[in-house]
Ligand binder design. Structure first.
Ligand code: XIL
Length: 448
């Protein structure tokens, strides 16, 4: 089976369907009241909506305009990690992190600090230290990094990913755990409190989003910290989801049980692999879970655009590689109580995609099918071109009334071409190979 996926888009200026004037007027009246960016919609709910930011992309105009328009909190994606800030013992470099912080502050965004004590992205010199030296290096690292940004960070991930996956609820092996034991975590929090008393101090982890053995182990630690007066203010739930690790149905209940311990909760690195309506629905469920918990103070997505996601094989973010707002974006905005948005206030961008599949194959011919799927806005009609290799001959088509130019077929709907946002339809054809087994090339879908 061969698949081709192409996307063309254009602004959906009203006027596509009868009654457009009335619909547009109704939309703009609504847009005047509802927030039309993620940050402003979240702010209206008393929350922040942030993103991971990479200093290396701050020279890209589309990246910056999307970042500035939509988000009111920024987390440096890698720039504050130990390997970036203290690659050599005692020598601190903040230039890349400062770029992100300066940019965020100039835009009036808050900054999340990520992260101080973590087994990963840790320079190898740390692993070579003996216990006493490691303790002092850890405390010095916290003091120096937090000191540099004192008063400028709303929440710090003081310790990241200290627990193992799986059912054991055990601590993860790391230089800190192996040499200092469980106590390194509370020592890090006590040091952090003194270093910047204004910052909220968070424990951050993944696969802790639902109620499970790992999240319960974190819960037990937080409960213990609260009972003994160890300074902890918040728990971060990374929120990295895909089909193997979907948004848990008890996300809200899990956030609530932590909140009930007297800490804030935050979704700190949200990304959800997938596309279309299913991805949009998962995103909306995360936003709804956060809004349902008073102490869920904000959500951060782990990047602005699919183009730069750390999950390079997926499309887990809210903007596609061309910075077009995806269905997931509109679902998040609407779950936050906003509308419009996506950089095109008052009307979204109507798009469609065309996906080709060979559905049957025999020695002298094959059947092909093209699935047309509307993007985040409804579409009035569509057209897709399909180019067949010579000397193939199309013998039959269904669900389309095509026009031809040489071996290029332009397929349009046979009857009503209306599709709701995210909805699909398909058309098909039977082809005589005449000696050529080449797949036809789908030249994209245009909204009309
Ligand atoms: C990731 C970054 O996005 C990548 O650029 C980097 O190569 C590896 O780290 N959990 C975390 C984040 O706490 O720091 C990680 O970020 C993703 C998983």
């Amino acid at each position: 089976m061969r698949m081709t996926l192409l996307r063309l888009s254009r602004a959906a200026t009203a006027a596509l369907v009868a009654g457009a004037a009335l619909t547009a007027a109704a939309h703009s009246a609504e847009a005047a009241e509802a927030a039309d960016t993620l940050g402003s919609a979240a702010a209206a709910q008393g929350r922040y909506f942030g993103t991971a930011v990479a200093a290396s992309h701050l020279g890209e105009a589309d990246y910056v305009s999307t970042l500035n328009r939509e988000f009111n909190s920024a987390t440096p994606e890698n720039e504050m990690k130990w390997d970036a800030t203290e690659p050599t013992r005692g020598t601190f470099t903040f230039s890349a992190a400062d770029q992100v912080v300066d940019h965020a502050q100039a835009q009036g965004m808050d900054v999340r600090g990520h992260t101080l004590v973590w087994h990963s992205q840790l320079p190898s010199w740390v692993g070579g230290l003996g216990a006493a030296d490691l303790r002092s290096a850890m405390n010095n690292h916290i003091n120096r990094v937090m000191g540099h940004y004192k008063g400028q960070i709303h929440s710090w991930d003081v310790v990241n990913e200290a627990f193992q996956d799986g059912g054991s609820g055990a601590r993860r092996s790391s230089p800190f755990q192996d040499k200092l034991g469980d106590g390194y975590i509370e020592e890090a929090f006590r040091t952090a409190r003194a270093a910047d008393p204004a910052a909220k101090l968070c424990y951050n982890d993944y696969n802790t989003d639902g109620v499970n053995a790992k999240s319960t182990a974190v819960y037990t630690m937080v409960k213990d910290f609260k009972s003994r007066g160890v300074p902890i203010d918040c728990v971060g739930f990374q929120g990295h989801f895909n089909s193997n690790s979907p948004v848990p149905s008890d996300l809200r209940a899990n956030l609530q049980r932590f909140a009930d311990l007297g800490v804030d909760v935050q979704i700190t690195e949200l990304d959800i692999e997938g596309s279309g309506a299913a991805q949009a629905d998962s995103y909306a469920r995360v936003v709804e879970a956060c809004l349902a918990v008073d102490r869920c103070t904000g959500i951060t997505v782990w990047g602005v655009t699919d183009k730069y996601s750390w999950r390079s094989s997926g499309t887990p973010l809210l903007f596609d590689g061309n910075y077009a707002a995806k269905p997931a974006y509109h679902a998040v905005l609407s779950a936050l109580g906003g509308s419009g948005g996506g950089g095109n206030p008052g009307g979204g961008t109507a798009t469609c995609t065309a996906t080709y599949t060979r559905t049957a194959d025999w020695s002298s011919g094959y059947n092909g099918q093209v699935t047309i799927t509307a993007g985040s806005e409804p579409i009035g009609s569509w057209a897709a071109t399909v180019t067949f290799a010579s000397p193939q001959r199309v013998q039959a088509t269904w669900n389309t009334t095509p026009t031809w130019s040489g071996n290029v077929m332009t397929a349009r709907p046979s009857w009503n071409g209306t599709l709701a946002a995210g909805a699909s339809t398909s058309f098909g054809f039977t082809v005589a190979k005449n000696g050529s087994d080449a797949a036809p090339v789908v030249g994209g879908c245009t909204v009309s």
